[in-house]
Design a protein. Structure first.
Length: 251
């Protein structure tokens, strides 16, 4: 088809075709954005075509945040000490859980940490994230204490902080899958009937801070979000919490 004969109806047919291939709304929007960019290029070069603004993007449903209540987080954090007798196993897993919950590190950042990256006498360290950007990370007192305990339990020379204790991969740094499995295991042992991932702990701490009236810009910076709109999902979670509190008046 010639571009000057392209109509809005053709774009709608294309959108329906993409939907029938089971693509999600976000992916379909990517295709529409690509077409709009092409149309803008045509207009810029004085080639007659439909206005890109005629191709509207579908609204993406508000993102649901999966988070844990304070008592659920507490149960998970206490679980390693209840499950193991090996001091190293307990110390490592407690440090992992405390770091995921109390520093907001992403799993990739956590598995890449080296001993040289952190000084236990300081509550702050840095990680390098996307596009070589440096992000400041702050430890809670609990996270720092668990890390110190973990270091005292170590008797190896691995440069990585979080290492495997399995016989077939002893002292190798933990993989992303291993960290995810550790979190799932303790959530299951704590009888939490939710899908719990390392990101769930990150969401949970962010939600706790928002509930305690933390400044959203500060939360954005701590999480390493490039856009404030990404961080705003936590304000919606807090709105739901406030609604539950308000509903107590009707009981």
């Amino acid at each position: 088809m010639e571009v000057d004969k392209l109509k809005s109806m053709h774009a709608l047919d294309f959108r329906i075709h993409l939907k029938n291939t089971w693509l999600n709304i976000k992916t379909i929007n990517y295709h529409i954005v690509a077409i709009r960019s092409f149309l803008k290029f045509l207009l810029k070069n004085d080639i007659d075509c439909i206005s890109p603004d005629r191709l509207e993007l579908s609204k993406i449903p508000a993102r649901e945040v999966n988070y844990l209540e304070d008592n659920e987080v507490k149960s998970i954090l206490e679980m390693p000490n209840k499950c193991w007798k090996n001091p190293l196993q307990i110390a490592r897993d407690e440090a992992i859980l405390r770091f995921l919950y109390g520093t907001w590190l992403r799993v990739t950042e956590l598995t890449s940490l080296k001993k040289s990256d952190i000084k236990t006498d300081s509550k702050q360290f840095s990680v390098i994230w996307k596009w070589s950007k440096i992000r400041a990370i702050f430890m809670t007192n609990q996270a720092r204490e668990k890390l110190k305990k973990y270091f005292l339990s170590r008797a190896d020379d691995s440069e990585f902080i979080f290492i495997s204790l399995s016989k077939n991969s002893f002292w190798n740094r933990l993989s992303r899958n291993s960290i995810e499995e550790i979190v799932r295991r303790y959530a299951k042992l704590a009888w939490i009937n939710k899908k719990v991932t390392p990101h769930t702990l990150r969401h949970s701490f962010a939600t706790t801070l928002i509930r305690k009236w933390a400044d959203i810009r500060s939360v954005q910076s701590l999480l390493g979000h490039s856009s404030i709109t990404t961080t705003q999902i936590y304000t919606h979670v807090d709105d739901k919490h406030l609604q539950k509190v308000h509903d107590l008046l009707d009981e």
